[in-house]
Design a protein around this ligand. Structure first.
Ligand SMILES: Nc1nc2c(c(=O)[nH]1)N[C@H]1C(S)=C(S)[C@@H](COP(=O)(O)O)O[C@H]1N2
Ligand SMILES: [Mo]
Length: 513
């Protein structure tokens, strides 16, 4: 054997570019293999996703706010892209190292894989099995690197016969293989998540037919009920959890008389109620889209807690945990003050989709989602704010966060151009658990004019509204605000989403031509 550190003139090392590309392809193949293994065990432990999630959890709140505000729903793809690019840069370096000293390159690939393993294992509810994708990533990564750049810097395809073309063919095959593996992993992960063939029983207390909304008469207004496919999604997850509904349980413990737990079948066998409730995210900006209205089917929280026997002499917090250990904190007094807090299993007439919390989620009317709408629920503990701090509490967000009064103008769109004459201004207003009494519209800073309201679906639901406007040519400013049933007028004072929700009045500019 020749000394691998000394280049052998009869077997010249591969070029730098080839080595760097080989490192990147080896890492991609490794990560793709890890992705497949994760799809079969727990999709959240897929190497790139595990690192991405750790980055999310470690990101300081202001930076997270900035990213959400700047990139909106692109924040997650951008994060995954950045993690991937960073990893590829290091992997290219590993390829360059391997060109002269294979062991150094291989060690770098193993190091990268180890970082992904550490990320997977640092998740709240991690088990040793969660390291498996990282182990597979390391093995496949080093294997592919060896295939492409054999120890000693000699190309694989043999004793002096290797041509640039055959090396490139192997490289291309490895890249294609990585892409195919990644695709297979994605397919498998999607197939394994979801309600499958669950059918929900009818509600013991159905909500009755939803009234006809304004969407027929006011084109462009938000539909009275948000179709599930259009419902906003906000959570910290990069991969949706896979929940085996046959072994899943909802446990209630903490300051209770007896710990109880329910299977999915047991929950479905309880008397279910149906409630129309509008959810809002605390990160919703004035005029934003993180709000949706749905019909939820579920068991009243009170019914479940009564089975456990509540001892509320001490507890002031309902501390919920999802299937991966993510936590949300709800003020106990608010959750149990008589409002329709639910453990929901259905949404708009179907089982909860995975993105919205299958198999079960909390829905607390009147509270922002981050303090009342735990998805993928697995445990409800009665405890105190002193004894346990939930995810957002640790990040300095408010603990009691009632949804603020808000009005959104859906039509006309900002900066759109309408024909002169009759223009219908329309939108939605919400102040969950207080109810909307009226909406007023202001045109070009003039007097506040009362809008007409759509059907009343209860205090926990949003209200559609519209105003007919005789629009003259030119540029105009439109504003809208709401008043609650208890007489509170929406404030013009601007507040950012952090720490307890945005406020202010949406003002848009439109053109009339
Ligand atoms: N397990 C879990 N539940 C969660 C979250 C989360 O990150 N993890 N995000 C919360 C937030 S911030 C909101 S606004 C709502 C959004 O619910 P949706 O995605 O069904 O609209 O879910 C809440 N429940
Ligand atoms: Mo949220």
């Amino acid at each position: 054997m020749s000394n691998p550190a000394v280049p052998d003139p009869t077997h010249p090392p591969v070029s730098r570019a080839f080595a760097a590309t080989s490192g990147a392809v080896a890492a991609l193949a490794g990560a793709a293999a890890g992705h497949v293994v994760a799809a079969a065990t727990d999709p959240a432990t897929s190497p790139v996703l595990a690192v991405g999630s750790t980055v999310i959890d470690l990101t300081p709140t202001p930076v997270k706010e900035w990213a959400v505000a700047t990139f909106g729903t692109w924040d997650k793809p951008l994060l995954i892209g950045s993690v991937l690019l960073g990893a590829l840069a290091l992997a290219a370096l590993a390829g360059l190292l391997a060109r002269r000293r294979f062991a150094a390159g291989a060690a770098t690939v193993v190091g990268l894989a180890a970082v992904t393993g550490a990320a997977a294992l640092s998740r709240p509810a991690a088990s040793p099995l969660d390291a498996l994708p990282a182990v597979v990533t390391a093995l496949v990564g080093v294997g592919v690197l060896a295939l492409l750049i054999r120890p000693g810097g000699r190309p694989r395809s043999g004793e002096g016969t290797a041509t640039g073309a055959s090396r490139r063919a192997v490289l291309g095959a490895a890249a294609l293989g990585a892409a195919a593996l990644a695709g297979a992993g994605e397919w498998l992960a999607r197939r394994r998540t979801g309600p499958g063939d669950v059918t929900l029983p009818a509600a013991a207390k159905p909500a009755g037919e939803l009234p006809q909304g304004l969407e027929r008469t006011v084109p462009g207004v938000s539909p009275l009920q948000t179709p599930t496919k259009d419902f906003y999604r906000v959570d910290t997850r990069l991969a949706l959890p896979t929940v085996d509904v046959d072994s899943w349980r909802l446990t209630i413990d903490g300051d209770v008389e007896r710990e109880v737990s329910f299977s999915y079948a047991q929950l479905l066998a309880m008397p279910l109620v149906e409630k129309d409730i509008t959810l809002t995210c605390v990160s919703n900006e004035v005029g934003g889209t993180y709000v949706g209205a749905a019909r939820w089917l579920g068991v009243p929280l009170r019914t479940l807690l009564d089975r456990a026997g509540i001892d509320d002499t001490r507890a002031d917090q309902l501390f919920s945990t999802d299937v991966d250990g993510f936590t949300i904190s709800t003020p106990l007094e608010v959750a149990l003050d008589g409002r329709d807090t639910l453990v929901a299993v259905g949404m708009n007439g179907a089982p909860l989709p995975v993105r919205h919390g299958f198999p079960a989620r909390l829905v607390t009317p009147g509270l922002y989602g981050f303090v009342g709408a735990t998805k993928w629920l697995s445990r409800l503990a009665l405890t105190t704010y002193d004894d346990a701090q939930a995810y957002w509490t640790q990040r300095d967000w408010a603990t009691d966060a009632p949804i603020k009064i808000a009005t959104r103008i859906d039509t006309p769109r900002p900066l759109s151009t309408s024909d002169a004459g009759q223009v219908v201004i329309g939108g939605v207003a919400w102040a969950q658990h207080r109810g909307i009494d009226g909406v007023e519209v202001q045109i070009d800073g003039g007097p506040w004019q009362p809008a007409e309201l759509g059907p009343d679906v209860g205090v926990d639901y949003w209200r559609q509204w519209f105003l007919r406007w005789d629009a003259k040519p030119g540029q105009h400013e439109l504003a809208a605000r709401a008043t609650t049933l208890d007489g509170d007028v929406q404030t013009a004072a601007r507040a950012t989403p952090f720490p307890d929700g945005s406020s202010g009045i949406q003002r848009i500019v439109v053109n009339v031509g």
